[in-house]
Design a protein around this ligand. Structure first.
Ligand code: ATP
Length: 420
């Protein structure tokens, strides 16, 4: 884990948030390579779950929502973790994550406060007056922006059931103890779907979505033997959920939740109907059937945890070679182009031509003419570049270049016209 964190910082994937001012716990900044990786992952998800299907609709709702949203969803009353404070050094901990029979891990004293519930929503104020009426929250999940647009999508598109609404974007949770790199952050991104079904068809749709999740994880290069289904027992499930599966992954920090799949019944839509006074009923096109409130199945992905799973899977050490075996479709840089020698203008100029033409063709290419070829390959390997292109003297004679493959290190001569 430490090696991955250090690579991420050194090579410009992920930096500590506000590092220059000593950081801000639980926040992370994506650097030039990290932002490309993250966008590639999120775009791949969107393509897979939205664009390539006929039963999905995308939305992009506001992050700050009417506070009634969080009353209806139950977050205002219950989105909390148990908090305990050491009365000696005032360090705060999640009470369910430490043993209160033990001493404080920070100061070594044993003087615990009462355990109290700590609501994890970040508060803010809307407008110039700061009072109770102006209190609002940064959304702690993207899901509610989907539910609150269910009726809009229904009215605009009148889709057949089952259909889903998807949203990706930032979520904020004032976690008591952010930890383990980006695994538990206070600001992170989610990719969520609410899939609306006829209550009688929930089980088969649950299975289909589970199969789709596996297909997508496979595309992200995540091996099946590192993924585990935790069938959440009834006692641990939210009271409204009839079935929840936590998809766990063998992270270097241990087996932990990567994403969730939950059958939420009609809990959310019924709550919204009650709080808003608006009907959430779906009117079947077959008019002999009565209107009803659809049930919902929710796949909920965390982008940071997915990126952590992708990076830890891709991180490969082979002898003295370290490389990121990222799937080609999400690698932040697709190709590195270099002239064999930096001080031969004819090679540099030809390599520039190749670089420009690939860039014009829309590929993500990087230029490297530093050090020797071996070092350039090692640098490209470390950030997961699938292919390195070298322009040499033969190129000037027959318009071929060498392409070197990251995973096999094999080199092939290819016509320039055939590269892309
Ligand atoms: P956990 O039990 O680990 O706190 P959760 O069950 O509260 O997670 P959900 O509310 O189901 O998480 O959120 C859905 C997904 O969002 C999670 O599976 C995870 O991928 C991601 N997620 C939740 N909290 C965080 C966080 N603090 N930092 C990064 N990702 C998160």
């Amino acid at each position: 884990m430490e090696e991955i964190v250090s690579l991420c910082k050194r090579r410009g994937f992920i930096y500590q948030g506000s590092e220059i001012y000593g950081g801000l716990a639980g926040t992370w900044d994506y650097g030039p390579l990290g932002v490309e990786l993250k966008r590639n992952v999120m775009n791949a998800w969107w393509r897979f779950f939205v664009e390539q299907r006929d039963d999905m609709y995308g939305v992009d709702a506001a992050i700050i929502m009417n506070p009634k949203t969080w009353v209806a969803s139950g977050h205002t009353a219950t989105f909390s973790d148990p908090l305990v404070e050491c009365k000696n050094c005032h360090s705060r901990f999640r009470a369910d994550k430490i043993d209160l029979n033990d001493k404080c891990p920070v100061c070594g004293q044993k003087d615990w406060s009462e355990v109290r519930q700590f609501n994890m929503m970040f508060e803010t104020n809307v407008g110039p007056v700061k009072d109770d009426k102006s209190t609002a929250y940064l959304r702690p999940e993207t899901a509610q922006g989907i539910f609150t647009n269910y009726k809009n999508v229904l009215d605009s598109f009148y889709p057949d059931l089952p259909f889903g609404i998807a949203q990706t974007g930032k979520a904020f949770r004032n976690e008591i103890s952010p930890r383990d790199f980006i695994f538990r952050s206070r600001e992170f991104e989610q990719m969520e779907i609410e899939y609306f079904v006829d209550p009688e068809a929930w089980s088969e749709n649950f299975d289909k979505l589970l199969a789709d999740i596996y297909k997508f994880l496979d595309q992200m290069g995540i091996p099946k033997d590192k993924i585990h289904e935790l069938e959440v027992p009834e006692a641990d499930r939210a009271h409204y959920s009839k079935r929840t599966i936590d998809i766990e992954f063998d992270f270097p920090i241990g087996r932990e939740e990567l994403l969730g799949l939950a059958y939420r019944t009609d809990f959310d839509l019924q709550n919204i109907a009650r709080e808003s006074g608006k009907s959430m009923e779906y009117r079947p096109k077959d008019t002999s059937k009565q209107p009803f409130v659809p049930h919902v199945i929710e796949p909920s992905f965390g982008v940071e945890r997915l990126i952590m799973a992708i990076l830890t899977t891709a991180y490969t050490q082979d002898g003295d070679r370290t490389y990121l075996k990222l799937p080609k479709s999400i690698a932040p840089v697709e190709k590195v182009v270099s002239p064999l020698l930096k001080n031969k203008p004819e090679l540099v100029s030809k390599a520039c031509e190749v670089y420009d033409s690939l860039k014009t063709a829309g590929q993500k290419v990087m230029w490297d003419d530093s050090g020797n070829i071996g070092k350039r390959y090692a640098k490209a390997d470390e950030i997961g570049v699938p292919e390195c292109i070298v322009v040499d003297f033969t190129t000037l004679e027959d318009d071929t270049i060498t392409i070197r493959d990251r995973d096999t290190t094999e080199q092939k001569r290819v016509k320039i016209s055939e590269i892309s």
